[in-house]
Design a protein around this ligand. Sequence first.
Ligand code: ADP
Ligand code: MG
Length: 327
Amino acid sequence: MKSIKILSVTISILLLCSCGQNSLCENTFFAMDTVMDIKIYGDKNIMSEISSCISDADRAFDRNNSDSEIFKLNISKNLEISPETAALIQKAVAVSEDTDGAFDITIAPVMDLWGFYNQQYHVPDTVSLNSALACVSYKNIFFSGNTVSLSGGASLDLGGIAKGYLSDKLCDIIKSHNISSAIMSLGGNVYCVGSKPNGSKWTIGIRSPKNNAELLCSVNVSDCAVVTSGTYERYFERDGQRYHHIIDPKTGLPVDNNLASVTVICKDGTRADALSTALFVMGIDKAFEFQKKSHDFEAVFIKNDNSIYITPGIEHDFSADSYKILN
Ligand code: ADP
Ligand code: MG
């Protein structure tokens, strides 16, 4: 698996890279278990910087890679780590505090139990689930400078936030080269840098949870992250029942609240990623109450029957055949 990843990143398919002034450079990578597509309009030769940033993040946050800080921290339970990773963990904990634990990166043992890491999926029994759940709480994460300690058997899984963090880092690289038009899609995480080369906003389609190939609605944005968490992104089926990868930290079970996907539109890609997972866990009513107090993001909720609900602030940049505005 790892060798496939490394190979894929190394020989990332150079689709089009003439790299003249404002010409399109497009590259596709495979990292963090997903396909990442980067399109840049500009003449800077930055794909190699982008490629190493992706490989570094892929290595740093992969808790199955024995070279990663997260792997080492999960084993030792007390480790001085890089300021960057410590800051990311702190940001994740801040989202946990804000969302009353709906987002919780100590979910690792529960993810393992369901088999989401090695694709050896199975439905855990209650006893195993309860013993894994006993280790789940962001309150078991402590900081002293860049030293992070994990108590109560906690271990970390950054799968709900790492791609958002990577999108912010890539955005910084792109902007540092004075490129004002770029778009990246890292799995369900889209980040738009600036606007389209013609100055208009980017249009980002949101998939139909019932049929991945179909776009159900779209949002127009510039300089913004658009991040979707959905039941259809990663799941397995047993006895006619679907089990997906967004887990309620209070029950250890895949969230079952009639939501099929949540999209968060926010300037901060890291926050957008964490919030898309958190709002999914919270359910539409609690999520909307939270959004009203937050003021820094908008959201699109799609229920299992494909009905669409949006927060009022995105209305003028939103298109769909039919939808309701939350109030
Ligand atoms: P994706 O990784 O498909 O973009 P998400 O951003 O919603 O989807 O993240 C889901 C991932 O986050 C899971 O695969 C798991 O690694 C982790 N995760 C699952 N449930 C939670 C949770 N309640 N809080 C934090 N992380 C979670
Ligand atoms: Mg997420």
